[in-house]
Design a binder for this molecule. Structure first.
Ligand SMILES: C[S@@+](CC[C@H](N)C(=O)[O-])C[C@H]1O[C@@H](n2cnc3c(N)ncnc32)[C@H](O)[C@@H]1O
Length: 223
């Protein structure tokens, strides 16, 4: 079980950490966590969240995987980073050597809710349909080709994303969808004001998702 693996780990590396859906809870229970996140807005939001909670054991590198040398960690996690979890990814081939105790990968499965409203926002703001690129089955096939036989656990979960303000939410979507211009931002703001829920002073984007958790032991524990 992932929980048993986690109990044996003191350090973790979260690759493509985003807002910290995994990095923050890991930092609450492990001695040291490193997060790699190339998107400036996400890395900044993660640093702010860590500072708010006083999590001085979480280090955030604003970088893509391969661009920063982070050293060994007991556990390497990577969730929902389709480019790194796709067949042929150098990350998939190397991750077993990066982790001293184990690896946990998470990818969406078809049938969950559309994350970030991309199914609606792509036609609206980019004039093209959204091609959903995250399917755990291709990651499992890629691991099989690499000779890795992981434990596979399908899950359902809430993937809620908090924002301090509507402008912060706009910053996030503008960067993530690579949008430019005041017109796009105005349309986005109107859309998000309808779709996000109020959460005290802030806003929250709620998504129900289906995913697969893939884990295996490495190093001496891997056998
Ligand atoms: C869908 S988000 C997932 C965030 C987080 N892992 C989670 O599960 O909530 C994918 C993240 O991977 C990051 N990313 C994309 N390419 C990457 C790369 N080559 N190296 C590291 N992170 C990357 C993106 O900036 C984005 O924040």
């Amino acid at each position: 079980m992932v929980a048993e693996l986690l109990m044996e780990c003191r350090t973790a590396l979260d690759v493509g950490a985003g807002f910290g859906a995994l990095a923050l809870p890991l930092a609450r229970r492990l001695a040291r966590v490193t997060a790699i996140e190339p998107a400036a807005a996400m890395a900044a939001a993660l640093r702010r969240a860590a500072a708010r909670e006083g999590l001085g054991n979480l280090t955030v590198h604003e970088a893509a995987w391969g661009d920063v040398d982070v050293g060994p960690h007991d556990l390497v996690v990577c969730a929902h980073v389709s480019s790194l979890l796709a067949p042929g990814s150098p990350f998939l081939a190397a991750v077993g050597r990066l982790a001293e105790r184990g690896v946990v990968l998470v990818r969406d499965l078809p049938g969950g809710q559309d994350k970030f409203f991309f199914g609606e926002l792509y036609p609206l703001l980019l004039g093209r349909p959204y091609a959903h690129g995250c399917d755990g089955r291709e990651t499992l096939e890629a691991l099989e080709r690499l000779g890795v036989a992981p434990t596979v656990t399908p899950i359902e979960y809430d993937s809620d994303q908090p924002f301090d303000s509507l402008e912060e939410a706009c910053d996030f979507w503008m960067e993530y969808m690579r949008l430019v211009g005041a017109g796009a931002r105005d349309s986005l703001r109107a859309f998000l004001a309808e779709r996000l829920a109020r959460d005290g002073e802030g806003w929250i984007a709620r998504f129900r998702k289906r995913a697969v958790v893939v884990h295996w032991r490495t190093g001496a524990a891997g056998g």
